[in-house]
Design a protein around this ligand. Sequence first.
Ligand code: A3D
Length: 312
Amino acid sequence: MASRKKIALIGAGQIGGTLALLAGQKELGDVVLVDIMEGVAKGKALDLQETRGVTKFDVNVTGGGTGDYAIIKDADVCIVTAGVPRKPGMSRDDLLKVNLDAIAKVAEGIKHHAPNAFVIVITNPLDSMVYAMYKITGFPKNRVVGMAGVLDTARFQYFVGEAAGVSPQDVNAMVLGGHGDDMVPLLRYSSVNGVPLTKLVEKAKLDAIVDRTRKGGGEIVALLGTGSAFYAPAASAIAMAESYLKDKKRVLPCSAYLDGQYGVKGVFVGVPVVIGAGGVERVLEVDLNEEERAMLTKSLESVKKSVAETKL
Ligand code: A3D
């Protein structure tokens, strides 16, 4: 009889807790929450177990502290949110030093206890934290990936849907580049189920939507006052984990290791990839015009600067 898959969530904060709820409800596999605040991980796990009779899911949710990484043993997927989120007025890069320390410890834990896992990093600054995870675990490039593009795209889908009076589900969009304020939404490759965006939303409004998408994380940080977005980031990472666990081969924009694609080598940056049982199975390349190429180059400069600060 096939046993259940195992999903380790490292970081049991706002995103970690939401990931556990979604993974449980979708019955993706047994869930293990890990946090330096052991009680938080154990408490959220117990609270979620206590929803099972009502929500009717049959996977186990357990929790533990970072003193016992053995609980993630042989996890199929690890989703990492360990670290701290932004406060109002902070940039993602302001988090680098403190979160690098967390990622380094988590990467060692994953390397020893879940050496075959598919690792999805969410901790910011995203593109350099996923790079650090890749370097420290020494895992192959297809098994380490960053969540950002799915979220950025989902924000764009919602804003376009709202402006056009259509369901965000029917907005197809693509965002390239680093997960920062200079990310690159590709309007030419976006549509409402094939209908060009410009048929439904006027150009000035679209430009405003691009700007709002770029600053979408900051908008939520400012509204919340403490912490950053967690529902949409968690839903985005679950889409990636599900595509891997079920070999769905979905095409999702993710921070992936580039090995010459888009003329870039040796960094993680947002590009469309195919996620299936082989992890990041393929990076898909689209043609870029001069303006898009210039935006990607600018975004890459920020990513490379952040990666250089990791000194890895
Ligand atoms: P939060 O609710 O603070 O949860 C983070 C958890 O990590 C806390 O419970 C900490 O105790 C725990 N932690 C810290 N260090 C360690 C460690 N070494 N090992 C295990 N656990 C640890 O934050 P959150 O869940 O809202 O956000 C988590 C991260 O995701 C932050 O860095 C955010 O900036 C980032 N984030 C990224 C995106 C992207 O799109 C990439 C979106 C939203 C948030």
